[in-house]
Structures are given as C-alpha cells and as structure tokens.
Design a protein around this ligand. Structure first.
Ligand code: HEM
Length: 441
C-alpha cells in the first residue's frame, strides 16, 4: 500500500492519544482542516474526517460517491499483524454495517423491524432487574470499579436476555467479548472461538424452538436471512451494542459524578441524567472514530484528494467538538449531534440505547446517592484504541448500603436469573419483555 502521506499523519494509538484525543484532533484541524491523514496502527493509514459539515457530507451520501464496502481497501493491506487487527475491526462481513443500497436496506430492515417489537416498558423493567442485581453485588462494599462491576456487564446481560437465552449464559458471553475486544494473541483467539460458539449455539437453539425474542424474530423475518447472514446480524448487534453501550454509560457517569451541575441535580434539580447523556454523546461519543467509509471514484473532498481503496474514518468525536460549532439547520439529533451517526447507517438502536443507559444510571444513582470518584476525572485511565472512547476503570466510593436497610434497595428487585429457566431456550422469560412479531402467527 502506498504510504503517500505518512510523514504528516496523526497517530490514533499510544498512551498520549488515549489520554487526550481532543488535543490531537485540534492539532490536525489546525494543520489540515476538515480532513487529515492519520494512522490507526503503525503502517495502517486513513483519512480522518474532523469537520462536522464534512462528516455529514460523507454520512448522508452513501450510495452516491461514498460506500461502506471495505473489500478494495482490504485487498491492498500488507500482511502484518497490524493489518490483521484492522481487518478484524473493519473487514468485509455480510451484514448491514458493510453494505450499500438494496443489500444494506434488506439487512437494515430486519434489524429495524425486530427492534421495533421490543416494548420500551418491558425493556426498562429488564434493565432495572439487571442493574439492581449488579448493584447488589457491590453496594455493601462502599467502593467499586464501575467499569468492571457495572457498565461493561450491562450490555451482555441485556442482549443475552433479548436474544432469548437464560441469564446464566451472559457470563460466558461477557468473557468472550472482553477477550475478543480487549486482547490480542491467544486470549483474543480464545474470545473469538467462544463468541462464535455462543452465536452457533444460539442459532441452533432458536432453530429448534422459537421464542418471543430477537433471534427468533430475525429467523422468521420475511427477508429470509441465510444462516450465515443471520449469524453476522447477531454478531453485529452484539458487537454494536457491547462497546458503545458500556462506554456511553461509563462516560456519562464519570461526567455526572465529577460535575456539580449534574450530580447535585439528584437533589437540587439542575441538569438531568438525560442532559448528561446528551453531553457525553456530543463531547465524548462512545465510538469516537468508528465511521469507516470508502469512495467509489477519486474525489476531491474538502481540500483532500481521496482515492478508491483508501480508508476514510468519520470522527464523530472531532466533528462534534468542532470549535466553529454546528449550524442549527444541520441539526436534527436532539442534542446528540453525531453521537449516533447520521444518514442511512445511523444507529438503528439509538432509542433503546438511550433507554438502557438512562435506566441503568438512574438505578445506580438512586441507590448510591453520594457516589464520588476516588481520583479526579482527568486522571481516569482510558483504554487505548483508535475507534472508541472507553474508560479502563471508573473507581468510585459511596456510603455502603445493606440488604436489611429500610426502604427500597437493589436487593428488593428479583434478579433476572431467578425467573429464567435454565433450559436452552427461555420463551417464558423473554415473553415478559417482548411481544410477538406481526409476521409470526
Ligand atoms: C442498544 C445498543 C445498540 C445496538 C443494538 C446498536 C446497533 C447498531 C447497528 C446494527 C448499527 C449499523 C447500522 C447500519 O449500518 O445500518 C449501528 C450503527 C451505529 N451505532 Fe449503534 N447500536 C447500539 C448502541 C449504540 C450506542 C450506545 C452508540 C453511541 C453512543 C452507537 C453509535 C452508533 C453509530 C455512530 C453508528 C453508525 C456507524 C457508521 O456510520 O457506520 N450505537 N448501531
């Protein structure tokens, strides 16, 4: 691959970038304007779209100049571990995220139709049960690492149930995803195998016996996904919910407990949890640069020539924080700016994502109402990586609470496992959360 702009490229890796990515975005903006050359790993280059208007120009023109198909880019990568890592995150797979036009519309409709069947009040109840069962594990200690003990566990607990599996399966899924996404080498490979096994067993169980759950609805959707497409859709939904959900919840809590405008709002009625969520989505979007796009022909774009087979990454994080600010007429996002993307690939699950995050945070802050960070926010450790804004830890302390205290406590709500059958499928359990799809008889 021609390294035609490397000497100038900003590095989206290393501890300095993880500590303060906005400093790099500002520097690149000053040197290059709306589009800048970067490396996502040594020797793997990309164009980073930093400007809000430029980002919208990409996101809303997919199918014209822009495409989500990574195949041509992928074919030109060198045979290096760094390239293998990039392909693992961005390489072609038969699912919504990597397709255009009619192919994309078909995959997308399956996801959108099936997510619409989830009833908000039932999802909310599920999040309450899961959150309370997690909070009850550490509430009596007076301290916790909320990343390890709360925020990273929520997406897998929820989606495992939405997929129609017993709650007891979620520990294996969490371990598999954490190995897969946070480790290379042997541990990463172990995670990948375990995740494939989980998806395979899920499909097998639901083919054998349908329930009122996302997996069964995917299977029975009129789009008639092939088994490999079904597996890829489940992989996409799991991966697309795991990392951003956990990060959105952590980033929001870290803001609320370190900024008086928010946390005092629990008692003083200043800014709400929803305000904090919107601020986290705008200022620190969970999937900071995970907007891979490609051009179908050479394009002179906001001052930069871009060739087919070159990787373009929309930086939601840089675009959202552009100092020139965003003209109101370009905004229709309720305050999240590009936190959930825009255009045909905009997150199809932004409503359930906000509901899950709001409910989990409100359970936490209502049970533990004097949460505080044990280190200043600007000393919190962030996980390195080009695509996410992810806290590695969120250490907090609070006044401990105990199961026998008066009033409502996290122990009062039944943990999901207690009513979840241990059989391979759990229609009775999931029937409590979701409703039958209109096309299923
Ligand atoms: C309930 C959990 C979530 C699920 C199931 C989910 C699912 C998805 C899926 C399937 C896509 C691909 C859509 C397509 O290509 O047509 C997507 C895109 C996206 N999601 Fe989500 N998501 C979730 C939560 C979040 C959260 C919490 C954030 C950010 C805080 C987020 C940010 C995005 C963004 C920025 C895109 C666009 C990516 C692009 O432009 O290629 N998602 N999501």
């Amino acid at each position: 691959m021609t390294l035609r702009y490397l000497p100038d490229a900003g590095r989206l890796y290393g501890p300095e970038y993880a500590r303060d990515p906005q400093a790099l975005y500002a520097e690149l903006r000053g040197r290059h304007g709306a589009v800048a050359p970067v490396e996502i790993a040594p020797g793997i280059e990309a164009h980073l779209v930093l400007g809000y208007r430029a980002a919208l120009d990409v996101l809303t023109n997919v199918g014209g100049v822009w495409s989500k198909h990574p195949s041509a880019w992928q074919a030109r990568l060198p045979d290096t571990p760094e390239a293998a890592g990039a392909i693992a995150m961005l390489g072609r797979r038969p699912s919504a995220l990597y397709s255009d036009g009619a192919e994309h519309a078909r995959f997308r409709k399956v996801i959108a139709d099936c997510f619409q069947q989830i009833q908000p009040h039932k999802l909310r109840q599920m999040v309450i049960e899961v959150s309370d069962s997690l909070i009850s594990q550490f509430a009596a200690k007076g301290e916790a690492d909320l990343v390890a003990e709360f925020t990273r566990l929520i997406p897998t607990r929820i989606f495992n149930l939405l997929f129609g599996r017993p709650d007891s399966d979620s520990a294996g899924l969490t371990q598999a995803l954490s190995d897969l996404m946070e480790a290379d080498g042997e541990r990463g490979a172990r995670g990948s195998d375990a995740f494939s096994r989980y998806i395979g067993e899920l499909i097998q169980a639901k083919h054998a016996e349908r329930g009122d759950d996302l997996t069964s609805w995917f299977i029975d959707h009129p789009a008639a996904l092939r088994t490999d497409e079904l597996a890829e859709t489940l992989v996409l939904v799991t991966a697309a919910s795991y990392e951003p959900m956990a990060n959105l919840i952590s980033n929001t809590i870290s803001r609320m407990v370190s900024d008086d405008r928010y946390y005092s709002s629990l008692t003083n009625g200043a800014l709400s949890t929803y305000d904090a969520l919107m601020e986290a989505l705008r200022a620190e979007p969970a999937m900071s640069n995970y907007g891979p796009y490609f051009v179908l022909q050479p394009v002179h774009f906001h001052g930069t020539w871009i060739q087919p087979a070159e990787l373009v990454l929309v930086s939601y994080a840089a675009a959202n924080t552009e100092p020139a600010n965003v003209p109101e007429e370009l905004r229709s996002d309720g305050g999240a700016y590009l936190g959930f993307g825009a255009g045909p690939h905009r997150c199809p699950a932004s409503d359930p994502a906000v509901l899950i995050a709001m409910t989990a945070i409100e359970r936490l802050t209502s049970h533990l109402c004097d949460l505080e960070l044990t280190v200043p926010r600007d000393e919190l450790p962030w996980r390195p990586g080009p695509f996410h804004r992810a806290l590695a830890q969120l250490p907090v302390r609070f006044t401990p609470i105990r199961p026998d205290q008066p009033g409502e406590s996290p122990w009062a709500v039944q943990p999901p496992s207690s009513s979840t059958p241990s059989a391979p499928t759990s229609p009775a359990r999931s029937a409590g959360y979701v409703t039958s799809a209109p096309w299923s008889s």
